[in-house]
Design a protein around this ligand. Sequence first.
Ligand SMILES: [Zn+2]
Length: 307
Amino acid sequence: MLTWLKYFSYGLVFVCAYLLFTPPPHQYSNAELTRLYGLEGKDPTLVTKLLPLPPPRYPHRLAQQSDPLMRKSVKYLTDQEIDMIVFRAAERLHAFWAREFALRGGTYVPVEIIPEWGPSDPRIEGDHGTRFVDGKVYVDRREVREASGTWASADGSLIEAWVAHEIAHYVTHATGVWSAAHKRTVPDPGKYIVIAPKRLPGKPDHPIQVYIEQQAQYLAGVSLREAGMLYEGYPEHIYYLCAASGDDFMRLNANWLTDPPDAEYFKDHADHGYGKDFAKAIYDGMLPSGNVDTGLRLLGTEPSFTH
Ligand SMILES: [Zn+2]
């Protein structure tokens, strides 16, 4: 009896220690996710289909984020605060990429980062939104704040993930893998669009664009981890918020998502693809197994660091 009691109390101590020192997994019920994504009132069958499954548990304990600025909702961030988060993130990410390029005999030239004010910014003609275009990264402050409408708990980690994603696009250009991947594509006459989607060999489910986005996500995840920008709960939090950038989420928000024929849409001309795949790509990068060499070769081409 006493032995039984002894082992029972050992077990109890173990369980208490586990609960005290292990952070709770950031998982949500479908009802919570529906609310956080602002999808109440949408067709529940479609909503259930696009909600991402909980990611695997992150295998490492991470430090607590103690910076109150990083915990503030994006909705209430001032322009100055957004810029501070953007440039602080960019500095760490540039330092990471500079190390990676140097390790491979190359020189990383930091990409220019330009915060802007969405369509009202006089410097912008037509296109807006956070993006990498013409060799520069633009961060759209209006879009940053509006992200709280598609992921209610969006905070500074969303801005950092976006900056890491756009810098990763730049890196795929700077190492030549972006243009090399385009050279590998084969045009496929699509059923629904005039311009034939470009397909990468062995990747028939989407046009190349979707895989380019997933590659940027994976590399963003690696860079966030290696630049020391992951804190407790961040991997799961970033995973869930990235799902909201999927074409299926955007189409459902705009009441365009139907089932079928959306499978055809995703096959022929999606940008980010399904939210759950876009989320998984950055999570895979954030995992300890995520690494630069795998990420740069995801589209079947070899990077070059010396041109
Ligand atoms: Zn992108």
